[in-house]
Design a protein around this ligand. Sequence first.
Ligand code: C2O
Ligand code: CU
Length: 516
Amino acid sequence: MAAAPSPLARRALAGLAAAAVVVPVTVLWQTSRLSAQYSVTEMGVVELGSGPRVPALADHGRHGGDHADSPGASLVTVDELVETRTGPADVAVTLTARSERVELAPGVDVDAFTVNGTTPGPTVRATQGDLVEVTFVNESVPDGATLHWHGMDVPNAADGVAGVTQDAVPVGGTFTYRFTAEDAGTYWYHSHQVSHEQVRRGLLGAVVVDPVPGAPEAGGPDVAELLRDAVDVTAVVHQFGPHRTVQGTPGETTVEVSPGQAARVRVVNTDNGAMPVWVSGAPFRLAAIDGTDVHGPQEVRDEAVVVTAGGRADLLVVAPDDGTAARVELGGSAAVVLGPPGATGEPTRRPATTLDPLTYGEPTPLGLDPDTPTRSFEYSIGRRPGFVDGRPGMHWTVNGRSYPDVPMFTVRTGDVVRMTIENRSGEAHPMHLHGHHVVVLARDGVAATGSPWWVDSLDVGQGESYEIAFVADNPGIWMDHCHNLPHATEGLLAHLMYAGVTTPYLMGSATGNEPE
Ligand code: C2O
Ligand code: CU
């Protein structure tokens, strides 16, 4: 029998073993720490996808590389990617953010961030094609604030991401956003500075872009007929603590609609989780998803629509002929009641079936050919133990790496891009790409067969895989992140960068810019 090691030798061995663990862990901890200021163009892992390899793509913006599209040309900064139309705006509004207490209902008040004194702030309303100019004033949001136009394909300089497209607007500062309201539909705005906190506290509002009068109705003749004298309702849904609110009011919101008259209810989910929505007392149509009209939306009954975090769903509901009310149930804890005065309707429970946009509505051409993409990417979400900025834990990964080593999906203007988003992280993620509309081609290998399913916010469940496509037609540097905003804070994000674009803005503790 071998002699047991002496106590001294044992201690020495234990010490070595501990060092073998501690030293690498210390190195990991140390190297994971973020610098006090850094540029989005220096972080991440350049991914060119499959597709034409352009040498200058790989190091653009890092070593002052050449403009990929025209070698030798200088880089374009995000500040130059502005609205090209000049002259007075068709819609000009001033939005002023404040930190203040808000009374949601008698006796229910919360610490909020307001826009022009309320949360949600005023709805910015425009007609398709209008030039919109928003003067943003930060009166008293201590960390600084911005406005991001969620779902709108604005020029990059107007995207409102602190540390990427602008500096956070400090208390007393202003910033002007100018863009064309290119597409009709329901959108929203929110701060993109410390967004997990500022959005939760209400620094947000809706944007509604009406079609040009007389424009053909994408939904088809039935929908056009219903919309002719429909009541238009904007329902920004937001959770303040235990209170689910609609336009800032907890519980039920009543809208007067005559028997037989239609209402278009624009549901905006401003929270971090998906919200089921259904209708009691009447059938309905899902008229639009994320601002894009559904083509040929069928009438449905006893089905719930799941609105992705950050997403929108426009429901077209006809008030019953018998004078009772129809109710749009918002997750079961708030409702929009549509009917004549005094009618309340009967709430119902969530239907057992859920509408699947993959098969809903009628197909119509996409306007792009996803079968011959210029470039294909993978956005694979996982989770593993490690360090992010010195914090140990189970961290989100994108393509196997965690923040800041996340992908910079690099494209050229005009690319038709295909992306596979898959999720093996154990939780659902509402994925949101800035500045572009993306179309869903397939889920888990099953091709979409309904109306083209255009989204800007796509709920990717655990174990799911989505094929999406979009046209790279809006140069800039764009976030592509989880809209469960605490997850984005934890590093579940990536960027879509156009070759040759750079930014003068910096993020990090020394800069005051903290987009998530
Ligand atoms: Cu609605 Cu990057 O956000
Ligand atoms: Cu997430």
